[in-house]
Design a binder for this molecule. Sequence first.
Ligand SMILES: C[S@@+](CC[C@H](N)C(=O)[O-])C[C@H]1O[C@@H](n2cnc3c(N)ncnc32)[C@H](O)[C@@H]1O
Length: 225
Amino acid sequence: MPLNSVLRGDCIEVMRGLPAASVDFVLADPPYLVNYVDRSGRRVANDRNDHWLVPAFEGIARLMKPDTFCVSFYGWSRADRFFHAWRRAGLAPVGHLTFPKRYASSTRMLRYQHEGAYLLAKGRPPRPAAPIGDVIPREYTGNRLHPTQKPTSILTPLVRCFCPQGGLVLDPFAGSGSSLVAARLVDRSFLGIELDPAMHATASARLSAGPRRRPPLPADVGAAA
Ligand SMILES: C[S@@+](CC[C@H](N)C(=O)[O-])C[C@H]1O[C@@H](n2cnc3c(N)ncnc32)[C@H](O)[C@@H]1O
């Protein structure tokens, strides 16, 4: 199993070559199936179609160890398709996370001011030692590195809560590598997969630069006890 790197390719193909039951936590930020185009014309690969959705989550579930968690972001307007894929893969929803923003990302029928993710279980994972709240405010990243870049500040609590110390975090839709950076910040091993060559280069550069570790927080020390 290649560790602490981001592999370039289609996650469905790449995951086929990885050993089953080898991952402790999956943090997935897949395309939302909304054909998103940002103000400068940037798009997200595979955001127009869902042919990849079922096989990708079947591959994810195969790599998860028994009784472990996956957090998956999703597009709210395509929630039915995500649920179909998760259930086909044998992943059961056991919680829902909301990430409110101080700004609206768009305004139509509502001012759209939050994103969501489901906490999914393979088997029956034990209750986390220190469960986190299901509302995590998010700041604006500026989307400098990716058109839908997630702030690492909303990802580190997820990794700390749902991945055991010394465990391996997988992000099959790594984008600019935010979840991999988050995993590294809290001292977990990580593996990313990214289809878009430009994004893969961005994530690789980001991982080879920047701080490798931050000093342990009291929360980590408590979690280890
Ligand atoms: C929502 S973005 C992830 C953004 C990331 N969380 C960040 O903060 O930069 C989804 C990513 O999945 C990638 N992608 C889409 N289909 C894929 C596939 N089949 N295999 C691997 N990556 C894929 C896209 O290129 C895109 O970068």
